[in-house]
Design a protein around this ligand. Structure first.
Ligand SMILES: [Zn+2]
Length: 391
């Protein structure tokens, strides 16, 4: 089912362990300064994420989580529990806040109105007990403003919220609302956006700005997470313009992200394209334009660009000051779960996207091993010919 996109790889296990033991490499990891016109405020140079952060407050985040589908949910074997996050748990657990996008529902309700089986429409349903599994893996907040949150109607949506709350996971993305978490004395607000009218919409910049300003007035640090943008290999690139996919208006991710930062957001985390996108710094605030897939069991493609994934993070001071930006490159195993990648293709990809971005801005480059850069860049240029690579 899965296709390896690169030549066969050596086992990553030894290198993975070595990576864990190396500790910080800081600026020596290869940070490159941002391009384009000098902005008024800069972001710290990204670091390679270590399992244990030394910062007073560490916030980490991932993209789409799919842990089953309507067909297999009743038959998921218990031994899969350890499979999903087994290789990355240390990075998700050793945090003060871990956020993901729950791309489906936690419910026993099995009726979907979606027409599945066409290859273009999917209904994602996961066992309710997975709420605890997600909590045990480290997740403290999950976004439900996405295009699969109502795959099993209002019942499925309501059950999901109930199951998450029971597992002590904050529900992010309810319309007109934001979640607030106390993190070591820091009041953190989380606001989730999707592209449907029953959600906070990425398309409505005025309403988005208003909600974020409201969240900011009641908290010290505001995280905006949004689901939007086109999908597929070509979607690694986006412009400062509206994106359409399957006839749906999926917003202008650039205008949206900058508008919510202008309104008070301190961090913007995007997902939805199922592929990675560049990392921007706007007014001293990081925008992870898309973190791609994180777990795709039962539903997501892991071919081509979709095989690369990552964990993003920020390190904060006690008052929410941005002390550091973190990035951990990963890739999918054949079972569609994140695992170590000694070649750090995800890092090379986000750097390549930054170098060839379709809109002007200040972009962040993450540390990556120079020796393996060319393989990814050559492959990416062939895979997305529209990139018009500048080098
Ligand atoms: Zn989606």
């Amino acid at each position: 089912m899965s296709q390896l996109l690169f030549p066969p790889r050596s086992s990553g296990a030894a290198l993975w362990l070595r990576g864990l033991a190396l500790g910080f490499c800081g600026l020596a990891c290869g940070y490159a300064a941002a391009q384009s016109a000098a902005p008024s405020r800069a972001c710290p140079a990204p670091q390679r994420m270590q399992a244990l952060s030394q910062a007073p407050i560490t916030v980490r985040f991932v993209g789409d989580l799919v842990l089953g589908n309507s067909h297999v949910v009743e038959n998921i074997p218990a031994e899969w529990d350890a499979m999903y996050f087994g290789q990355v748990e240390a990075y998700l657990k050793n945090t003060d806040l871990t956020l993901g996008n729950l791309e489906g529902v936690l419910t026993q309700y099995s009726k979907t109105l979606k027409v599945t089986g066409t290859g273009r429409s999917y209904a994602f349903r996961f066992p309710p007990r997975y709420a605890k599994l997600l909590k045990d893996a480290g997740f403290t907040a999950l976004n439900v403003a996405n295009n699969h949150a109502r795959d099993f109607g209002e019942q499925g949506f309501a059950d999901t919220g109930d199951n998450l709350r029971q597992a002590a996971i904050a529900v992010v993305g309810l319309k007109g609302q934001f979640a607030t978490l106390q993190v070591k004395g820091l009041r953190v607000a989380l606001v989730g956006f999707g592209f449907y009218p029953h959600q906070n919409m990425v398309q409505d910049l005025a309403a988005a700005s208003q909600l974020v300003a409201q969240a900011k007035a009641q908290s010290d640090y505001v995280v905006v997470t949004f689901h939007g943008g086109a999908e597929g290999d070509d979607a690694v690139f986006h412009g400062n313009s509206n994106e359409l996919f399957l006839g749906e208006d999926r917003g202008n991710a650039v205008a949206f992200s900058r508008a919510v930062i202008d309104a008070g957001a301190d961090l913007v985390v995007g997902h939805g394209p199922h592929v990675l996108r560049a990392i921007e710094c706007y007014q001293g605030r990081p925008i992870f334009h898309s973190l791609g897939n994180f777990v795709g069991v039962g539903g997501l493609s892991i071919r081509s660009m979709a095989a690369m994934t990552a964990i993003g993070g920020v390190q904060l001071g006690p008052k929410g000051e941005l002390l550091g930006v973190e990035f951990l490159p990963l890739r999918f195993s054949e079972r569609k779960v994140p695992q170590a990648d000694e070649r750090e293709d995800a890092s090379h990809l986000v750097n390549w996207l930054a170098d060839n971005a379709k809109f002007s801005g200040q972009f962040l480059h993450v540390p990556a091993n120079d020796a393996s850069r060319k393989v990814l860049v050559d492959w990416a240029a062939k895979t997305v010919p529209s990139a018009k690579v500048r080098e």
